[in-house]
Write a protein of this length. Structure first.
Length: 68
């Protein structure tokens, strides 16, 4: 198990930096979706769906509460 950890630490010397980069990328995409002024009220569900898809593309589970 120690060898496994050593190999991972070598491949990912700063895991928090990688996570932060991915989080920033996800937030930029979500912000772009939310800033799109072409949406009308009827498009809100589509907007929410698009945000959920962005989150899913980064490995987030949308859960079962909002199965859009």
């Amino acid at each position: 198990m120690e060898l496994y950890k050593d190999i991972l630490m070598h491949l990912l010397p700063n895991p928090s930096e990688i996570v932060e980069m991915k989080c920033f990328q996800a937030l930029c995409k979500i912000k772009a979706v939310l800033d799109d002024e072409s949406f009308e009220d009827a498009d809100c569900y589509a907007t929410i769906e698009e945000v959920l898809c962005v989150l899913e593309s980064f490995g987030s589970n949308r859960g079962t509460r909002h199965p859009f």
